[in-house]
Design a protein around this ligand. Structure first.
Ligand code: MGD
Ligand code: MGD
Ligand code: MO
Length: 767
């Protein structure tokens, strides 16, 4: 990887840097340039759906409907490199525990089912039959409540539906998923506010909107295809107002790498028209300031007989809680709002003034809002702002949470959830003749608590890298090993395979890009994008080996090994023809999946009904609710923090997909060849008597007895507010206490972790 280098990046997002980065990864993964023809089928109505982010897929796609990072994800999955039984002959698990995330995954695709052998400390090849025989025996011997069925957000609707059913027929709702660490605050906030758990914006809305508010999402790295509708909107003169502690390149300028003229002329589009660098966790205060300014302007308009600023017709017909909300805004003091947000009153008023002029506004957000102690309240505060001007349920407007994994939204739709009230249990009972468990299951944080306490004894993982993605990784790894059974259904080797239970299996599966041949022929699967559209997806590449199996096949085999036979389910028939699983999904959710099979490949996707889009409010009050936050303190820990404590933001580089590290360059932030860095404000660097480039230790400021330290990070001077610092996930997850999560949704608060920074070698816990 060469010597680490830090230098300011002057180019726009996209552009030649993006083209170059793509060629590099195709070469490294030994994918011939002709193999890049695969990319032509990416996100097309008859091709496969990208395995990277969940952004919408247009009905009329571009010739190349993929981005640099989507192409990287394809190359990473379709690599020619392999991890077979011979690999484990050369490397013990203890040795592999010393490897980096990059080195583990980069070795290639796992080719055989594997069982951990304690004698030799190696994974050894095992037959599928023997694997399921033992896993079945183990699970049948355990108390169902002590077993967890985790899902990362990549598995298809078909697999997810089967997996949820397996858990419930086995006897629990222990179905945590990656969204527990991600948009759970959204799934908790939006039903209370507007009666749907997902965003209301669709792709067409971008064509007629006249303002975009952009909170806490890094579009250039994490959903680059969204830069196209943003660029189009900018060309129509639509302002984009951004709130983000960091200056993110993708939010500043973009060159479309697929537009020859832009590439040749090195021209780019300015994305954000206002850029507000608020403090981490300052969003409730910032939005309150905007609402306060709007309410004042509205009073002024009333007094002087001008057009009102708030949409009073909408507010009186469609909302509840308006006067309490106005009372809350009136009671807030500007000086407190300024201090908590880190922004000036004049800046918030300037943002509010643009918002007041826009007829149709889209509100976009990501992890910058959800991963906080007050994540749910922050999302609700954003909705409050939208409601003031009637921006939910009209064309060109809406709330737009940008989802993470490519089917994370869909998994929830078809029953992967620990919350029994979100699943039509009575219908499942009728459809499959069993008594579904009614007791709430474990979410991600609760599953971790169960592992720490010893109550959880087995963990089955449908994709993902749980041990690495969760908070408090050091404590969790230790507890993890006390489990009786761990089963990982995976494509690539990661740390969750190495930190394992007494009995441990790795079950290798096909990726979505591969052809999935079953009894009735090649199969299609489906997923739901961030804008609530369902898409079919068909694999195009030759499977990587004859010992890998599809996810539906593996889940069905698990079900057959664990459950008593049930005449109402023919798992073999489902595996032979996934259309039958889709029929079953439609039978369980007739309103959402009407004529599912017939619409599977509808260009642009099959739209899921969203009552809030039509201003039907499925809330307790029957209206859209203004919800007043409990207070302005983002974090209940906050008052205790002194000036020597910084708020650490953990985030993604441009060269990773979650715990999958593609490389060590974070191009847009100017970091090359390392991930061991800490972005800091110049004034803080001086205040702590540090220097740019110096090595530091970072320790969590927590009220419990555990020492949480990361040593030897390199200080990088960066445009970030004073009092904040930032570094990369998952390397810094060891710093997040398990209890440092959103109060309501339990989303780990990965975006404002109180830490102390000291010169290397001087931290607590250093000998
Ligand atoms: N290439 C690529 N694509 C991905 C992923 C990936 O890792 N790589 N991950 C996928 C997944 S699962 C997800 S959930 C999404 C994640 O995509 P994002 O939601 O973009 O997640 P992060 O990279 O964590 O960055 C969050 C952004 O929020 C800002 N931020 C931090 N704290 C605050 C705050 O308090 N307030 C505000 N307003 N902003 C803040 C950060 O500066 C950063 O720009 O992307 C998905 N797509
Ligand atoms: N500090 C901090 N922690 C965070 C976050 C943060 O911003 N900061 N973000 C959180 C978020 S938003 C998320 S979504 C989670 C992510 O948590 P996870 O979803 O659990 O993790 P991933 O890194 O996406 O999982 C990568 C692994 O998935 C497997 N895989 C890849 N493709 C497939 C497939 O097609 N099928 C199967 N079965 N397996 C496959 C591979 O083996 C790969 O190693 O992390 C969370 N953790
Ligand atoms: Mo996510």
């Amino acid at each position: 990887m060469g010597e680490p280098k830090i230098e300011a990046y002057e180019d726009p997002a996209g552009g030649w840097g993006s083209a170059k980065s793509l060629v590099e990864i195709l070469t490294r993964e030994e994918i011939p340039v002709s193999g890049a023809a695969m990319l032509m089928k990416q996100n097309k109505p008859t091709g496969f759906m990208c395995v990277s982010c969940a952004w919408a897929k247009p009905a009329k796609p571009n010739t190349f409907e993929y981005c640099e990072n989507g192409a990287k994800a394809t190359a990473w999955e379709q690599t020619r490199k392999r991890v077979g039984p011979d690999f484990f002959q050369r490397h013990t698990v203890t040795e592999l525990l010393g490897w980096s995330d990059y080195d583990l995954e980069e070795k290639g695709r796992i080719t055989h089912p594997l069982r951990y052998d304690p004698e030799s400390d190696r994974y050894l090849a095992v037959s599928w039959q023997d694997a399921f025989a033992e896993i079945g025996r183990e699970l049948r011997a355990l108390e169902p409540k002590s077993v967890v069925f985790y899902a990362s957000g990549r598995a298809s609707l078909e697999t997810s539906y089967m997996y949820g059913l397996l858990a419930r027929m086995y006897g629990n709702n222990n179905l945590p998923d990656s969204s527990n660490m991600c948009h759970e605050a959204t799934s908790t906030a939006l039903p209370q506010s507007i009666g749907v758990p997902v965003g209301t914006t669709v792709l067409e809305d971008f064509e007629t909107t006249d303002l975009i508010l952009f909170f806490g999402q890094n579009v250039g790295s994490n959903s680059p295809r969204m830069l196209h509708p943003l660029q189009d909107a900018r060309r129509r003169g639509v302002p984009i107002i951004t709130f983000n502690p960091l200056r993110e390149r993708g939010l500043e300028r973009f060159t479309n790498p697929q537009a020859p003229l832009e590439m040749v002329t090195h021209s780019s589009t300015r994305i954000s028209t206002q850029y507000h660098q608020l403090k981490a966790g300052g969003d409730i205060a910032a939005i309150t300031g905007m609402c306060k300014a709007l309410i004042a302007a509205d009073r002024d308009a009333k007094a002087t007989g001008r057009k009102r600023v708030l949409d009073h017709a909408f507010i009186s017909e469609h909302t509840h809680g308006f006067s309490e909300f106005v009372g809350y805004c009136d009671a807030q003091d500007w000086s407190v709002l300024e201090r908590r947000s880190g922004l000036k009153r004049a800046d918030l008023e300037a943002a509010a003034a643009v918002y007041a002029r826009a007829e149709r506004t889209i509100g976009i957000y990501g992890m910058g809002l959800t991963q906080h102690r007050k994540g749910t309240e922050t999302v609700q505060m954003f909705v409050n702002l939208m409601l003031l001007r009637g921006n939910i349920g009209k064309p060109g407007a809406g709330i737009c949470p940008v989802r993470g994994h490519s089917n994370v939204q869909g998994q929830r739709t078809v029953g992967i959830t620990e919350k029994p009230e979100l699943v039509p249990l009575d219908r499942l009972k009728e459809q499959y003749g069993f008594e579904p468990p009614r007791e709430k299951g474990l979410n991600t944080v609760e599953a971790c608590e169960g592992i720490l306490s010893g109550d959880v004894k087995a963990f089955v993982s449908l994709g993902g890298n749980f041990v690495r993605a969760i908070p408090d990784t050091e404590r969790m790894e230790e507890a993890w090993r006390r489990q009786r059974l761990t089963v990982q259904i995976s494509t690539k080797l990661n740390r969750s395979h190495l930190v394992h239970g007494e009995v441990s299996y790795i079950l290798p599966c096909l990726g979505r890009i591969e052809i999935d041949e079953q009894a009735s022929g090649p199969q299609a699967v489906s997923m739901e994008d961030s804008t609530a559209h369902f898409h079919g997806s068909r694999g195009v590449a030759t499977p990587i080996g004859d010992q890998v199996r599809s996810e539906p096949w593996i889940v069905a085999a698990l079900a057959k090994a664990v459950l008593p036979p049930n005449p109402s389910i023919d798992w073999n028939a489902w595996v032979g023809n996934y259309a039958k699983v889709r029929d079953a999904i439609e039978a369980t959710y007739p309103d959402l999946f009407k004529d599912f099979n017939a619409h599977l490949f509808e260009p642009g996707g099959m739209r899921k009904p969203l009552p809030a889009r039509d201003r039907q409010w499925k809330t307790k009050t029957g209206k859209a609710n203004f919800i007043v936050p409990a207070g302005l303190n983002e974090d209940p820990d906050m008052p205790a923090r002194g000036p020597e404590v910084l708020d650490l933001i953990t985030l993604r580089s441009n060269d990773q997909f979650n715990t999958t590290v593609y490389g060590y360059h974070d191009r847009f932030r100017g970091v090359k060849g390392t991930r061991q860095i800490l972005f800091m404000n110049e004034a803080d660097i001086a205040r702590f008597d540090l220097a740019d480039g110096e090595s530091v230790d970072v320790a969590t400021e927590a009220s419990d007895d555990h020492v949480r330290v990361v040593k030897g990070l390199r200080v990088v001077k960066y445009d970030i507010p004073e009092g904040n610092c930032a570094g990369y996930y998952p390397e810094l997850n060891v710093l997040i206490p398990l209890w440092h999560h959103d109060e309501q949704a339990k989303t780990p608060a990965a975006k404002a972790i109180p830490v102390r920074v000291t010169k290397a070698g001087r931290s607590v816990g250093t000998n």
